[in-house]
Design a protein around this ligand. Sequence first.
Ligand code: ATP
Length: 618
Amino acid sequence: MLGYLKKILYVLPASNFHLLLAAFVFILTSGVEALGIGILGPFIALASDFDMIERTPLLSQLRDSLGIAQESHFVALVGLMAVLIFLLRTLIVGGTQIFIARFSNQQQRALIIKMARGYLEAPYIYHISKNTSAIIDRLIEIANTFSTLVFMPLLIALANTFLFIALFCLLCFTSLPMVIALLATLLPILLFFNSLASKVRGWGRQMRESKADIIQIVNHAFGSVKETKVIGCENYFENQIIYQAEKLEKVQRTFVAFKLLPRFFMESILVIIVVAIICFSVLINEEGIAETTSVLGIFTLAALRLLPAINNIVISITQIRASSFTLNQIHYELSELDSLRYRTEADRQQKASVLERKPMPDTKFNAGLNTIQEAGVSNTFRFDKQIRLEGITYHYPNSDKPVISDLSLTISKGDSIAFIGKSGAGKTTLVDILLGLLIPQSGDLMVDNDSIYQNLRAWKDLIAYIPQSIFLTDESIEKNIAFGVPEHLIDRKKISEAIEVAQLTEVINALPNGLSTLVGERGILLSGGQRQRVGIARAIYHDRQILVLDEATAALDNETEKLVTDSIASLSSSSRLTLITIAHRLTTIKNCDKIYMLDAGEVVKSGNYKEVVENVRT
Ligand SMILES: Nc1ncnc2c1ncn2[C@@H]1O[C@H](COP(=O)(O)OP(=O)(O)OP(=O)(O)O)[C@@H](O)[C@H]1O
């Protein structure tokens, strides 16, 4: 259990102060609850035996000081006090229940934010190997499971443990032999449930895996619904979902039944003990059980509350055990994200220090989620002359073989350059290095006289990336062009300029709601070419000085391709925009100032179109 606790505390976003506050609330509630129960027993005894007032000095003193002559009136007053204390106890206990629910919901919110921040700040290399459905599953399902099936049960177990201690003390004070009888009966049952711990953990693991598998199957089936429909594999996915749903139902059924067991056991024990005590009292005291009424009253009430408390502790521990797989997953994920964060920052610092340059403040990197709001903040780099790649060597973490080997080249500001080469030559990897997404093991990337590794965020602020397939959000075209800018900050003039350059004017005029037309999930309402033009408009809107086009015109028809290429080229010459293109279609790079042909991560040829492409063809 200590291991679980350590992991829960690591995952929990709550501060130690809040946890201490929670513990204090639970202790207070348990005390009030024990007092509420403790007062009812003596009242029942007093109501059935008025002589008790004379026998108990405290009661007779209270009666005299209140000046009440009639005993029945005094008993009624004590009853009223008991009711008030009991009502106060109910209020506090109810408040604690609300506190538990609110506290764990707050933790769920904070955990979703903590994980989302971790994923968003994680380096690109982390995301290359990650499955999107796994991230969605972690953010939504696991955060919810942690809050409702780990943290809430932990709070309930804690609250009930304090209550158990308070009631146990009350019972020990009332009748020790009865407590010993109760414990002797309960202990074997608790040991029995404890012995099934590994089975419970197994059930929890199966439930979690089935849920994650269902999300993944749904993602596979609908992620490429076109292929699913054309190939006709709907049945295949349906059968997989049926199999997982049935597996989930079976385990859940067993688990729910198991969770009900402790209550039945304990209720039976309570009845047996109370009946046994009454019979025993009658047998040894033939005149009845008046003597034991008070003890029995407290015992019955305390046991009525004690047994549910034990039940809650057992169920909560069972629940936490069943969720241990989830806890391990979330703990692993967060520690991985944490270590990545430290490593990335350390790598960057190390690179900057190896280069013996003092790192500039990386404001956006540190700002985390505020990055989007900060878009447009002036960068700290001057880019007036050139970008220089100096002896860049890169290999992916899972292999020692360099994909880019000792590569050096210079790109002048305002130039339009292209990388060509056969599949696997290293074009995409080189562009990812240029984008600052992959950090080379050796070499440097200089912009004028500064290394980009001094301030990667500022470097990225100079660049726009237009991929082969543009990601569009299910929002208006306008919001897709001003991607990441809050609606009230969108600059309409810049939107018009971007639309013109990207040759989108006609497309938008033909749409029913013009710029406000919703493009549908993944831009399904637009053609491939139109989607790419929205991507180009997005880059132009964000005023970037360097455009990286990853075969960005591949989805355009010949006529539109010429229009887009020409307008980007004219933009390049008029505003000294620097263009870096990865191209397969050699027609798109005819106007480039310089073309680099890559092979096995090295530049094997460079020059203008005639020198590189036409010579190769002949
Ligand atoms: N995440 C990765 N992990 C390991 N190796 C990788 C990874 N991504 C790419 N590679 C390898 O790096 C080499 C270069 O790949 P890259 O994608 O840069 O080539 P490319 O020239 O862009 O190819 P294409 O034109 O087909 O996109 C290839 O051998 C590829 O297998």
